[in-house]
Write a protein that binds this ligand. Structure first.
Ligand code: FAD
Length: 289
C-alpha cells in the first residue's frame, strides 16, 4: 500500500520538538522508531498531515545512573540498546531479558521504549517489567513537565493520559531494595511473538520471607495491570509452593482477558496463573533483579 502524503519535520532539540507539536496540534504525529506509526500509515489506519521525527534528540537515547535517583533511560532507547546495556545488565537484568523476548532484530533496532509505552497496548512487553520495578515517567511540553508512576499512564486499550503536544522524555527506575525480578512471556512462537500473556514480578526477600511483591500482567486485561490481591497475599509470608499457587490463582481471578486469535480468555486466565507462580519462583530462587 502507498503511504499518504505528509510533511516531515526533524527538530534538533526537545524544546524545538515541543514547540512544533504545540503549533501543529492534532495534525501532527510523533515518530520515534516508526515500527507502529509507519505500519499504521501503510495500512491506512493513520494519515497524519505532519510527522515529527525525534531522531535528532540524541539526549533521549542515553541510559545513565544518578545516585539517589536511579537509572534514567531516554524514551528513544531502542529495544536492542536495552538488551545490550551493561548498566542494565548489571542492575536490572530482567529488563534486558524482557527486551530480548521482543520482535525481530530489525524491529528491535528501530523500536523504542517510548513508543512501546505510548502505544498503550496491553500486549507491550516493556511496561510490565518497568511497572514491577516501580518506574516513573517524565512528560514534557511547552507548558512544562510532569512526572508520574508509569502504572498511572495507562487508561484502557491503546488509551493513555498523554496530552496533545506532550512528549515522553524519559523513564526512571528508582534505586530499590528489590532482591529478584523477572518477566515471563508466553507467545505462539519460541521468540519474537507478541505476548499471549506476560507476567512481570519483583520481590523483596528477607531470608525466606517475602517482604514485598509486585506482579504486573500483560495481555490479561484491556490495559497492563497490577495483580494487587495476589501481591497482598504474599507479603510477610514464608515462601512455599502453596503460597505461590495461591498468588497465581488470585492473579488469574483478577485478570480480565479477551478472546482473540492468539488465545481464548479462558486459556489466558490459565496462563496467568501458571506464569505468575513460575515467575515468582524464578525471581525468588535466582535472586537477581
Ligand atoms: C513485526 C512487529 C513485531 C512486534 N513485536 C513486538 C513485541 O514482541 N513486543 C512488543 O511489545 N511490541 C512489539 N511490536 C510493537 C512495536 O514494535 C513496539 O511497540 C515499539 O516499541 C514501538 O516503538 P517505536 O519507537 O517504533 O514507536 P513508533 O511507531 O515511532 O510510535 C508508536 C506510538 O508512540 C508515539 N510515540 C513514540 N515515541 C514517543 C515519545 N517519546 N513521546 C510521545 N509519543 C511517542 C507515536 O506517536 C505513536 O503513537 C512489534 C511491531 C511489529 C511491526
Amino acid at each position: 500500500m502507498y503511504m499518504p502524503d505528509f510533511a516531515y519535520h526533524a527538530p534538533e532539540s526537545l524544546n524545538e520538538a515541543c514547540s512544533l507539536l504545540a503549533e501543529l496540534g492534532e495534525k501532527a504525529t510523533v515518530l520515534a522508531g516508526g515500527t507502529d506509526v509507519l505500519h499504521k500509515m501503510k495500512v491506512g489506519k493513520l494519515a497524519p498531515e505532519h510527522l515529527v521525527s525525534l531522531k535528532h534528540l540524541d539526549d533521549l537515547r542515553t541510559i545513565r545512573h544518578e545516585p539517589g535517583r536511579g537509572i534514567i533511560m531516554g524514551a528513544l532507547t531502542s529495544h536492542n540498546a536495552i538488551y545490550t546495556s551493561k548498566l542494565l545488565q548489571e542492575r536490572y537484568l530482567s529488563l534486558p531479558m524482557a527486551a530480548h523476548t521482543m520482535a525481530s532484530n530489525q524491529i528491535c533496532n528501530m523500536g523504542t521504549v517510548g513508543g512501546n509505552i505510548v502505544n498503550g497496548v496491553p500486549s507491550a512487553d516493556l511496561p510490565p517489567i518497568l511497572i514491577a520495578l516501580n518506574a516513573s515517567i517524565r512528560l514534557v511540553s511547552t507548558k512544562g513537565e510532569r512526572t508520574m508512576p508509569l502504572e498511572d499512564f495507562f487508561h484502557g486499550s491503546a488509551e493513555t493520559v498523554i496530552a496533545p503536544g506532550e512528549l515522553l522524555a524519559d523513564i526512571t527506575i528508582p534505586d530499590q531494595p528489590t532482591t529478584g525480578s523477572t518477566y515471563m512471556k508466553f507467545g505462539l512462537r519460541r521468540s519474537g511473538a507478541l505476548a499471549v500473556v506476560g507476567v512481570a514480578v519483583a520481590v523483596t526477600m528477607d531470608g525466606d520471607t517475602i517482604r514485598d511483591a509486585r506482579i504486573v500482567l500483560a495481555s490479561a486485561s484491556p490495559t497492563v495491570m497490577r495483580a494487587r490481591e495476589a501481591e497482598d497475599c504474599l507479603k510477610g509470608k514464608k515462601v512455599c509452593d502453596e503460597l505461590l499457587e495461591q498468588a497465581g490463582s488470585l492473579a488469574s481471578a483478577a485478570s480480565r482477558p479477551r478472546d482473540s486469535i492468539r488465545g481464548s480468555a479462558e486459556y489466558r486466565r490459565n496462563l496467568v496463573g501458571v506464569l505468575t507462580k513460575r515467575a515468582l519462583r524464578k525471581a525468588i530462587d535466582e535472586g537477581h533483579v
